[in-house]
Design a protein around this ligand. Structure first.
Ligand code: F6R
Length: 366
């Protein structure tokens, strides 16, 4: 059942090229220049007339929501707010029938997300679900939705659910960008073509596994780790840190790289590994200067870089390469090495990778 892999998590990490392809199959018609999604087509006016989109989710799904915020605002010019479902529901939020709420949940059973949906519906908002489990409670409670089609995710630490959630949300954002005129036909087409290349690029990113394992070996005994990224890759830094915490029990924090100097930089010494996402597009030069700030305080730097990178390589202790793509799609690639890294560290520390202590696959308590 683990398909020859030692753990479900590793199997699911390696399933991502196919899972992403399954997610856009029948939806992304690159040659025709169309994105077909019934749940959006049938409710297009609601999305186009929305004052804003509010995304509610928990954990890794919330991180996918944060990536979506960048995508929706950048590509479709629609204002987005991303909320922890558990906070949203208890703070008397301002919601009207002009709001569209997108609820993201792998299991479709998360109690706080479900409660947030019920609240939003009671205020008249249109609620759209992005779930993986077909027929789940959230899939049934929402007004419309789109499944991720990632296949069953057994490992408690979410991997393929995350990248397929981002894929679905990218499809939605692109569709709305085209429909509301924020994106030209040419740019739309080039995005579709780039998205179609992602499964092969994920496959290529997975090939760094051996090198990632070596890096994991060097840092497995760290007590604390920092993860930094900017823009589209800031949520990836949060997700990288969460993956490490969950399965290896090493304390880790994700931060926007530029926020370092407002506090966390005080933590940096030669015992602190800092994983920095520094891909070619997206504030590259700024991130390189953030890396220099860490270097001058003796921090250990592991850069997640674009293939062929030169500048980060000069200053980092290690680099892990991912293929080049357009900025909005980089999270689908930069996430991969961080998943593998957490996996290998947890295995080396002899932790229960698929069923970490204190965690459950679906959190049905509030
Ligand atoms: C992280 C993880 C959790 C879930 C969170 C939401 O690896 O598994 O943080 O992402 O509990 O779960 P869903 O997406 O099922 O609502």
């Amino acid at each position: 059942e683990k398909g020859g892999y030692e753990h479900f998590m590793l199997k699911e990490i390696h399933e991502q090229p196919n899972a992403i392809r399954d997610t856009y199959r029948g939806r992304l018609l690159a040659n025709e220049g169309i994105i077909r999604m019934a749940g959006i087509d049938d409710n297009l006016e609601k999305f186009l007339n929305a004052n804003r989109i509010i995304i509610v989710a928990c954990g890794t799904s919330w991180h996918a929501g944060l990536v979506a915020e960048y995508i929706f605002e950048d590509l479709a010019r629609i204002p987005v707010e991303v909320e922890y479902a558990s906070e949203f529901r208890y703070r008397n939020p301002v919601i009207t029938d002009k709001d569209v709420v997108i609820a993201i949940s792998q299991s479709g059973e998360t109690a706080d997300t479900l409660a947030a949906i019920k609240l939003a519906k009671s205020k008249g908002a249109f609620v759209f679900g992005v779930c993986n489990v077909v027929g789940s409670t959230i899939a049934r409670e929402t007004n419309a939705g789109a499944y991720t089609h990632a296949g069953p995710e057994i490992g408690v630490a979410s991997t393929k659910a995350f990248t397929t959630q981002i894929t679905v949300l990218t499809l939605i954002a692109l569709k709305l960008a085209k429909a509301n005129g924020s994106m030209s036909k040419t740019v739309f087409h080039s995005h579709l073509q780039e998205l179609e290349l992602i499964p092969d690029k994920v496959k290529e990113a997975l090939k760094a596994d051996k090198h990632i394992k070596e890096v994991a070996h060097i840092y497995k005994d760290a007590k604390n780790c920092l993860y930094l990224g900017r823009g589209y890759n800031f949520p990836v830094a949060l997700e990288g840190a969460l993956k490490l915490k969950e399965i290896s029990y090493i304390h880790a924090e994700g931060y926007p790289a530029a926020e370092m100097k407002h506090g966390p930089i005080a933590l940096i010494d030669d015992q602190m590994p800092v994983f920095v996402i520094a891909t070619k597009k997206g504030h590259y030069e700024k991130v390189v200067s953030n890396i220099q700030e860490i270097k001058s305080r003796s921090g250990k730097i592991i850069g997640i870089v674009t293939k062929g990178d030169i500048d980060v390589k000069k200053v980092a202790d290690h680099v892990i390469e991912v293929p080049e793509t357009i900025e909005s799609l980089t999270p689908l690639l930069t996430t991969i090495p961080l998943q593998l890294l957490s996996y290998h560290i947890a295995v080396m520390l002899d932790k229960n990778v698929d069923q970490p202590r204190n965690l459950a696959k679906s959190v049905t308590v509030e």
